[in-house]
Ligand binder design. Structure first.
Ligand code: ADP
Ligand code: MG
Length: 205
């Protein structure tokens, strides 16, 4: 594990911002089919504000994560901004001080972040939301055998969780208004969440 710092978290979220920019047409298209076509746009705008934060001006990883959360909550319309913002806010609170960080400490912080997202959105796995990528990712992270990269295991599980949302009927958010007609399309939020975890694997381990 790389040592924890504001710069490390900035590398993660800047990687995510670039991935969302590259995937914006896909995210927009998915949300056009089962939502209101703004997921890519919303997230891209918020993450541009996050990417512009200067980690050198932050006192710690916690401080950086708090500021990034604020940028997402205030800069992103729709459901996803506040949800990702809450994830970062709770993650920030659960992070250890800067410096050496273990896989177990990462697991606890990421779980706290996802627990915050669950509290805010009141969704469960199977509802066809970002949780369908994030919850399997957490479980795979914890199940990764010693000596293997838990972030890589998490990224693979997040991608599989995203793909599994195709067959689900949405029970939360805008897509739930479509009922059965939401089946057959991957959830936009699960698709962006899989990018978040892939970016974690590319930067944090
Ligand atoms: P909006 O639905 O307000 O237009 P976005 O398009 O930015 O917001 O985000 C839509 C995504 O948000 C969905 O694909 C879903 O993954 C996620 N989402 C919606 N409601 C919830 C919820 N209650 N809990 C978790 N995730 C949710
Ligand atoms: Mg939308």
């Amino acid at each position: 594990m790389k040592p924890l710092s504001a710069g490390l978290l900035a590398a993660w979220l800047r990687h995510f911002a670039a991935a969302v920019t590259a995937a914006e047409p896909l995210l927009t298209d998915l949300d056009r089919r089962i939502g209101d076509a703004d997921h890519g746009l919303n997230l891209n705008r918020g993450l541009a504000a996050v990417a512009a934060l200067d980690p050198d001006a932050c006192a710690s990883a916690r401080d950086y994560a708090n500021r990034a959360a604020m940028a997402l909550v205030s800069g992103v319309g729709g459901a996803a901004g506040p949800l990702y913002g809450t994830f970062l806010l709770r993650l920030a609170r659960a992070l250890p001080p800067d410096g050496a960080i273990t896989a177990a400490e990462w697991s606890a912080a990421l779980r706290a972040g996802v627990a915050g997202l669950v509290e805010r959105g009141r969704a469960e796995p199977g509802d066809k939301t970002m949780l369908d990528a994030l919850v399997p990712a957490l479980d795979a992270f914890d199940a990764a055998p010693a000596g293997t990269d838990p972030f890589a295991a998490a990224a693979a599980a997040a991608a599989a969780g995203r793909d599994a949302t195709v067959d689900l009927v949405a029970r939360k958010g805008r897509a739930s208004y479509l009922g059965e007609r939401s089946r057959g399309i991957a959830d936009p939020g699960a698709t962006s969440a899989a990018l978040l975890v892939a970016s974690a694997a590319a930067t944090l381990s």
